[in-house]
Write a protein that binds this ligand. Structure first.
Ligand code: ZN
Length: 409
C-alpha cells in the first residue's frame, strides 16, 4: 500500500520555471516522491488521507548546500586575532590555515570524525538543508582522505540528509610534499584517485586553483586525469586572484566553479556558454572580513546558473547555516530574494548534477522546507533568526521548528 499525503499552502515556491512564482494549491506526495501539484479546484482528496495545512506559510524545495567541507577536526577560532589585525587569508595560511586542520584531522579517529560531522548535519537540517555536497581535503594523504570520505558515505541519509561526495585531495600541498606540488599531484593521480574510484567514494573531484596552492596548469593536468577516470569535475577558482580558473572550468566542462570573487568578464561568458554552474559562497568573504563579493548580478545577466552555498569549513566559513549565506546574498550582494531561493534549490541541484531535487515538481523527491515566513521577502526580513518551521525529506516530516513564531502581520 502506498503512502499518500498532501501539503497545502497558498504560497508554494516550486522553483519550476513553468509555474508561477508562488503557487496556490496542494503538493500530492506518494511515498518519497511528489506525485502532482494540484490547484485547489483540481485536488480531490480521499477521506482519511493526511493533509498538512501550511496556509499562510512559504513552502519551498528543501535547501541544497552544494559546497561544504563537512568532515574535519579541530577549531581555528584562534585565527580571529590575526584577522582583526588585518592579516589576509594567505598570510594566515602560512602560519596556521589549512595545514593546522590537516594535522588535527589526521590525528582524529573515524569515530571522532563521524560524531562531529553527525552533529553538524543535525544543525544543517534545522536550517532547512535536505541534501549537501561534502568535500574531503583535510587529510592530504591516502589514508585520511579515504577515512573522511568513508565518514561522509556512512552519514549519507543520516537524519535524512543526502550527501554527495567530492574528493578534494588537491586542497593544499601537504608538508611531506612541500615545494613539490607536481609530485603531490602525481601521487594523487597514481596512488589515491584509483582507490577512490574503485571504492566509489566520490562522484566529483575538486582542486584549489589559487596562488600558493595549485596553478592553472597543475589544476588542468589534475582535472583532466580525474575526468579520464570518469569523475565529474569542480574547481575552486578565482577566489582571491583572477587566474583564469573560470575559463578553465568552462574549457574542461566542469559541473561547477566555486567562489569566483575575482572572476573575469570572459570567465563569466565562458561559464554561461559551457553551462558551468557558478557556486558562490558569500559567508567566506564575510568571515574573512573582506569586501569583495562575487559579481552575481553580472553572472545572472550573462545567463550563468547560480548556486549559493555555505562553504562550511573550519578556516574561512565555520557556519553551517545556509540561511546566513542566503541573507548575505541579499544584504551584501543585493540579490533579490527569489533569485536567492532559486540558487539554494534549482541552481544548487545543478551544481551537484542532481535532476531529482531542487524543484517541487512531479517525479521529484518530496524534499520540502516550510517557513515561518509568508513570502520570499519576509524570509529575509529578520536575518539571524531561524525561519524553519518544518522540513520534509522524501515525504517524511523530519524536523519541527522550535522557535516562537513571529506575528506575521
Ligand atoms: Zn571550499
Amino acid at each position: 500500500m502506498s503512502n499518500e499525503l498532501y501539503i497545502r499552502s497558498d504560497r508554494i515556491f516550486t522553483a519550476d520555471p513553468e509555474k508561477p512564482v508562488l503557487f496556490d494549491g496542494y503538493i500530492k506526495i506518494v511515498d518519497d516522491k511528489i506525485d502532482a501539484l494540484l490547484t485547489v479546484n483540481e485536488a480531490d482528496i480521499p477521506d482519511g488521507v493526511k493533509v498538512h495545512d501550511y496556509t499562510g506559510h512559504l513552502v519551498t524545495p528543501g535547501f541544497i548546500d552544494a559546497h561544504t567541507h563537512l568532515v574535519h577536526a579541530g577549531s581555528r577560532h584562534h585565527e580571529l586575532g590575526a584577522k582583526l589585525r588585518g592579516e589576509s587569508y594567505l598570510d594566515i595560511h602560512e602560519m596556521s590555515g589549512i595545514l593546522y586542520t590537516v594535522r588535527k584531522t589526521r590525528d582524529a579517529s573515524y569515530e571522532a570524525l563521524y560524531e562531529r560531522s553527525k552533529a553538524t548535519l543535525q544543525r544543517m537540517l534545522a536550517c532547512g538543508v535536505t541534501t549537501l555536497e561534502a568535500k574531503s581535503g583535510y587529510g592530504l594523504d591516502k589514508e585520511t582522505e579515504i577515512r573522511c570520505l568513508e565518514v561522509a558515505r556512512d552519514l549519507n541519509g543520516y537524519q535524512w540528509i543526502d550527501i554527495e561526495s567530492t574528493f578534494m585531495g588537491a586542497h593544499a600541498i601537504p608538508p611531506e610534499f612541500e615545494g613539490r606540488p607536481d609530485d603531490y599531484l602525481d601521487y594523487l593521480i597514481k596512488d589515491v584517485l584509483p582507490v577512490i574510484k574503485r571504492k566509489r567514494l566520490a562522484r566529483f573531484v575538486d582542486v584549489f586553483c589559487e596562488d600558493k596552492f595549485f596553478t592553472i596548469e597543475q589544476s588542468e593536468r589534475f582535472l583532466k586525469a580525474a575526468k579520464e577516470m570518469g569523475f565529474l569535475l569542480k574547481i575552486h577558482a578565482d577566489e582571491i586572484t583572477s587566474s583564469g580558473g573560470a575559463e578553465l572550468a568552462a574549457k574542461l566542462g566542469c559541473v561547477s566553479a566555486e567562489h569566483l570573487m575575482a572572476v573575469s568578464d570572459k570567465g563569466i561568458k565562458d561559464m554561461a556558454k559551457a553551462g558551468t554552474v557558478a557556486c558562490v559562497l558569500p559567508n567566506t568573504t564575510y568571515f574573512l572580513m573582506e569586501d569583495t563579493y562575487a559579481p552575481v548580478k553580472k553572472m545572472l545577466k550573462e545567463g550563468v546558473t547560480l548556486a549559493i552555498s555555505t562553504d562550511y569549513n573550519p578556516g574561512s566559513s565555520p557556519t553551517e547555516n545556509i540561511q546566513f549565506a542566503m541573507a548575505l546574498a541579499v544584504f551584501m550582494m543585493k540579490m533579490n530574494p527569489v533569485d536567492v531561493l532559486l540558487a539554494v534549490t534549482r541552481g544548487a541541484a545543478a551544481a551537484i548534477d542532481r535532476h531529482d531535487i531542487g524543484q517541487l515538481k512531479e517525479g521529484y523527491l518530496a524534499d520540502i522546507f516550510v517557513s515561518y515566513s509568508r513570502d520570499p521577502d519576509q524570509l529575509f526580513y529578520r536575518p539571524g533568526s531561524n525561519q524553519t518551521k518544518r522540513v520534509f525529506k522524501k515525504g517524511k516530516m523530519v524536523y519541527r521548528g522550535t522557535a516562537v513564531p513571529h506575528i506575521l502581520h
